[in-house]
Design a protein around this ligand. Structure first.
Ligand code: APR
Length: 311
């Protein structure tokens, strides 16, 4: 393949993302993990599936960074996932240390790459990676909104008994309990769901979306969601690799957009070969803006907490 994507962390999210990237034949994949043998074993296992899955993506597993050199995109999933009873925020200092060291190594070997952060707490980890790698803001982003809106779409399609393909959903804000799903901009075959469902049902779906991660954690008991998170990271990767210029909700560094400054938070962006090529500002109602401000406040509080932590 003429494109190369590195996935850091060969755990559940990382290995699933590697599988999807290879099976869609989007790029060659380098899988990196600190545990000896795991990235090598998973990459070889995935490579051995290639004749059956009919793709020619090359997969390499490694514990170092030499093989990652000149990657077009690096997806960072390294870190620890949530266990039942834990919030994403409980992961903060452990994952900050991991993401900081990883982002530095990545930047040394692939100075022109686009970074997609998946490790949680997502918005805060974007700050950590952004500072550690020194890349311009268009080349550092977080995966959350694509996942959150996919969850919202899933629940809309279940409620209406229609194809998921007919659904569209928008979710803004931080990747946490304060995320801001926008029913007004969420549609079935182009019709806003506000015209199709009662406010009570919409509220129930919005709540389920905001708790979507916790719902999976409580079922799995030993970790957090990974199929949908991997799909979301791969959709972002595809838009960048193919310069598709899809508008997707991603965590981006805001510098005044939506009245928010110096903060990574989920907003609609245009993703092309230069990474974030545009931040799309949509007009919010007072209630929506207040919800976004509240979400931004929660992220800012965590960013401040992080400043006082030694990681
Ligand atoms: N460098 C490389 N890999 C690392 C490092 C590091 N410094 N530290 C940890 N890892 C690896 C672990 O060895 C593990 O294989 O990261 C992998 C994480 O995989 P899982 O434990 O399976 O976690 P996963 O479900 O994939 O979630 C990863 O994504 O969605 C978020 O909240 C989730 O922060 C978590 C991350």
């Amino acid at each position: 393949m003429d494109k190369k994507v590195t996935v850091i962390g060969a755990g559940n999210v990382g290995a699933t993302a590697a599988q999807r990237l290879a099976e869609k034949e989007l790029c060659d994949v380098v899988l990196v993990d600190i545990v000896e043998g795991v990235p090598q074993g998973k990459a070889l296992d995935l490579a051995e599936a290639a004749p059956i899955e009919k793709h020619d993506a090359r997969l390499i597993g490694t514990n170092g960074y030499d093989e990652t050199e000149n990657s077009d995109i690096v997806i960072i999933t390294a870190g620890i996932p949530r266990k039942p009873g834990m919030s994403r925020d409980d992961l903060i200092s452990t994952n900050a240390g991991i993401v900081k060291s990883v982002a530095k190594e990545v930047a040394r070997k692939s100075p022109n790459a686009v970074l997609i952060i998946v490790s949680n707490p997502l918005d805060v980890m974007c700050h950590v990676a952004f500072e550690a790698c020194g890349f311009p803001k268009n080349r550092v982003m977080g995966m959350a909104g694509v996942l959150d809106s996919a969850r919202f779409r899933t629940f809309i399609s279940m409620e209406m008994n229609v194809s998921v393909e007919n659904t569209h959903a928008f979710v803004l804000g931080g990747h946490g309990d304060t995320m801001v799903p926008l029913p007004r901009y969420s549609t079935v075959a182009g019709i806003p769901i506000t015209e199709l469902m009662t406010p009570e049902r919409i509220e129930a779906l919005v709540k389920r979306t905001a708790n979507g991660g916790a719902e999976i954690v409580s079922l799995l008991k030993t970790g957090s969601a990974y199929y949908a998170p991997a799909s979301a990271a791969v959709e972002m990767t595809e838009s960048i690799l193919k310069d598709k210029k899809k508008i997707l909700p991603c965590a981006a560094l805001l510098e005044g957009e939506y009245g928010i400054r110096d903060l990574f938070i989920g907003v609609p962006v245009k993703l092309g070969s230069n990474g974030i090529e545009e931040i799309i500002e949509i007009k919010l109602t007072d209630v929506e803006q207040a919800a976004l401000n509240k979400s931004a406040g929660a992220v800012k509080e965590m960013v401040e907490t992080l400043k006082n932590l030694d990681y």
